[in-house]
Write a protein that binds this ligand. Structure first.
Ligand code: TXA
Ligand code: MG
Length: 320
């Protein structure tokens, strides 16, 4: 049975009844619930098997709503919101006292963004409350970039996936927090560092869990296939080393010939980093279904979205 639907009024009714709907965004699908409903928010954590110490992102329809979510907006946060919203950038700001502790894991900051997807925006405009929406995958596994991915994970657990097609960006939002007035990157994502630095000048990255206690979601192992996965600079060499196995390959721009390769995906023949990012998770989902002994992934050039893709591949390849 499929729970896919394009009916926005049905999604509104389910969310008004304090239940969950998976929603499309430009980055990945989110598992959404009313931020003010304890029942809905608890069910997000239970459905994902997500630990309560990991706070959620609040999704709002317009920048006017921001003042009801955050108690203070640094000048550079306002600037970033003006330039990048709606879009794949999340701001972590001091929270308004009306935001429930379960959303922020008891922290005094709240993460917030305006998603850039027409159906998500229409849905938010039909609701009297913002939506908390973590990626719609079980904790630690590969994020969903199609409605079908969510259906495969959660068809027994939720009533509906609002089907908005394949996500155009394909990697989660970039998360930015503030140390006083200065922005800091907590999570690399679909808005590149270069784009951000063009707006606010040079910016520090603090995305390791030991140096970024402010971003508890930055676990070493995440986005991970269940098949053993490695990240390499030299694909042919790695394939040779593992040639006694049934190998899956995730290549940047050209395919390899080798008898040991049972399944192979090329992310972008023209090395277009946005095209590669948008296909990344679907490729990992497909590779994970092929009954392989090992998945070998190729490291991207370390700039622009390549940096964000490498971050996800790095976390996908940390052993259990
Ligand atoms: O693109 C996205 O951001 C997607 C779509 C659905 O919007 N959402 C998403 O949510 O990736 P999630 O829950 O998978 O990741 C949220 C991240 C976690 O790493 C969490 O720790 C961090 O945001 N976060 C949330 N609130 C925070 C806070 N107050 N301070 C620091 N980090 C926070
Ligand atoms: Mg996630």
């Amino acid at each position: 049975m499929s729970i896919l639907s394009t009916d926005i009024s049905k999604a509104v009714a389910i969310l008004n009844a304090e239940e969950l709907v998976a929603i499309p965004t430009e980055t990945v699908y989110g598992l959404a619930g009313n931020i003010f409903s304890e029942k809905a928010i608890k069910s997000i954590f239970e459905t994902k098997k997500r630990p309560f110490f990991n706070p959620l992102i609040v999704h709002i329809p317009s920048v006017e709503v921001l003042t009801t979510i955050a108690s203070y907006i640094p000048a550079k946060a306002k600037l970033l919101a003006d330039v990048f919203w709606p879009g794949p950038l999340t701001l972590v700001l001091p929270k308004n006292s009306t935001i429930p502790d379960i959303i922020t894991a008891g922290k005094d900051t709240v993460a917030v963004r305006i998603p850039n997807h027409p159906m998500a925006l229409e849905l938010l405009n039909h609701l009297d409350f913002p939506l908390a929406a973590p990626s719609a995958n079980p904790f630690g596994s590969i994020s969903p970039t199609t409605a079908q991915h969510v259906n495969d994970y959660f068809k027994e657990d939720i009533k509906m996936v609002l089907d908005g097609g394949a996500c155009q960006r394909g990697i989660e939002s970039t998360i930015i927090g503030f140390e006083g007035e200065e922005p800091v990157i907590y999570r690399l994502g679909s808005t590149s560092i270069e784009e951000i630095e063009n707006v606010v000048g040079s910016i520090q990255i603090k995305n390791k869990k030991d140096i970024a206690p402010n971003a508890p979601g930055m676990l070493d192992r995440h986005y991970a296939p269940s098949t053993q996965t490695i990240l390499v600079d030299d694909l042919s060499k790695a394939v040779e080393e593992h040639s006694n196995k049934r190998i899956g390959v995730l290549a940047i721009n050209k395919s390899l010939e080798h008898d040991a390769i049972a399944f192979q995906i090329v992310l972008s023949e023209s090395t277009d980093l946005q095209e590669a990012a948008s296909k990344l998770y679907d490729a990992l989902h497909q590779l994970d279904k092929q009954d392989l002994d090992i998945i070998i992934t190729e490291r991207f050039p370390d700039f622009g979205l390549g940096k964000s893709i490498n971050d996800r591949l790095q976390r996908a390849t940390v052993n259990k």
